[in-house]
Design a protein around this ligand. Structure first.
Ligand SMILES: C[S@@+](CC[C@H](N)C(=O)[O-])C[C@H]1O[C@@H](n2cnc3c(N)ncnc32)[C@H](O)[C@@H]1O
Length: 323
């Protein structure tokens, strides 16, 4: 099946839905008053961009709209032994690369416990060839797919749990370039004692489908330094900076569309838990948008980066006015 066909089949699922639908209930639960209130947002569908996030009440500047835990996270290769395997929190006394031994470290018993099952799966294999290949090719998504595959094998997530996310359209050239990393991933698992039936999902089609979703929906995690006020002044992270501690995929943040003059912002303070905050006052019913790129670039450069990185031509008001 061609990637384009797969994408149009994915997109047509949503055309069958009413124009605007609510995926996440925002009603307060009066029978459980101690439960935190649901976030003041709903996910709806609009013609120009597909799914989108809307405010269900007025949201003030600087308000924390919601937090989100990753579905899957992986440290960047340069941070591999410097951050917690599970939450990517910086470790106080990390080992240097030459000292580092095979096992990765945790920041707490809680993180160790949360990732116990898939950490054991990952630790059964020798990932040195796979990791080296990713390092040489400058690849980050295969590392996320590897971690996700370990989660699937361990049974903590199902193999189709990312299917709801929008996939990138992959050219046949991109798909053939993935052959080597896919083969390395599969052969690394095959060298372990993991039973074949637990790896039945690990086909090339599954790999490319997951990677296509990660290309569009994964976030590069940079911890916010300084005060939140300092951070508000910088609406977007630089795509090229070397300060990322890792990458992660989330569910709800994946429904936020891009704007070159956003009203919301995603940030990370101490680990991979994301916080979505309002950059300015947002009215009830207004769409919430974040900025995927460095918004200080000029119009042409922004369009190029968005098209190459995410495959879309930006239709935000700033771009439509050629600013
Ligand atoms: C992370 S997803 C956002 C949620 C997406 N609309 C959905 O239905 O899943 C990013 C995709 O949304 C669309 N999109 C987001 N921002 C856009 C914009 N400013 N202009 C045009 N399309 C946009 C593009 O198709 C892009 O690949």
């Amino acid at each position: 099946m061609s990637s384009l066909f797969r994408y149009s089949r994915w997109a047509s699922q949503f055309k069958k839905s009413p124009p605007i639908f609510t995926l996440f209930s925002t009603a307060t639960n009066e029978s459980q008053p101690n439960r935190p209130s649901p976030p003041p947002i709903r996910v709806g569908l609009i013609d120009s961009v597909g799914r989108a996030v809307f405010a269900t009440r007025r949201i003030g500047t600087g308000e924390l709209i919601h937090t989100a835990k990753p579905i899957v996270a992986h440290s960047s290769l340069s941070s591999l032994h410097k951050v917690c395997y599970f939450c990517l929190r910086k470790l106080p006394n990390y080992k240097t690369h030459s000292e580092a031994h095979k096992n990765l470290a945790f920041c707490s018993e809680h993180c160790k416990d949360q990732s116990k099952n898939f950490y054991e799966i990952e630790n059964k294999a020798d990932w040195s060839r796979f990791t080296e290949y990713c390092r040489l090719q400058g690849l980050k998504y295969p590392l996320l797919v590897k971690r996700f595959a370990c989660q699937v094998i361990s049974g903590v997530v199902s193999a189709d749990s990312l299917d709801i996310l929008q996939p990138a359209t992959l050219t046949s050239e991109m798909v053939s370039l993935m052959e080597k990393e896919f083969c390395l991933l599969r052969s690394t698992f095959q060298e372990t004692d993991i039973k074949g039936e637990h790896m039945a999902f690990l086909t090339k089609e599954w790999y490319t489908g997951v990677l296509a979703r990660m290309r569009i929906n994964s976030f590069r995690i940079e911890l916010a330094g300084g005060s939140y006020e300092d951070f508000l002044s910088s609406a977007a992270a630089s795509v090229e900076a070397e300060v990322a501690i890792g990458n992660a995929v989330y569910m709800l943040p994946s429904f936020y569309n891009h704007d070159c003059d956003p009203n919301a912002h995603i940030l990370w303070v101490e680990n991979a838990d994301a916080r979505i905050k309002a950059l300015r006052d947002i009215e009830t019913g207004e769409e919430l948008r974040i900025c995927y790129i460095d918004a200080s670039m000029n119009h042409e450069a922004r369009q190029t980066v968005l098209y190459k990185g995410f495959g879309f031509l930006c239709n935000c008001p700033r771009c439509l006015s050629n600013d």
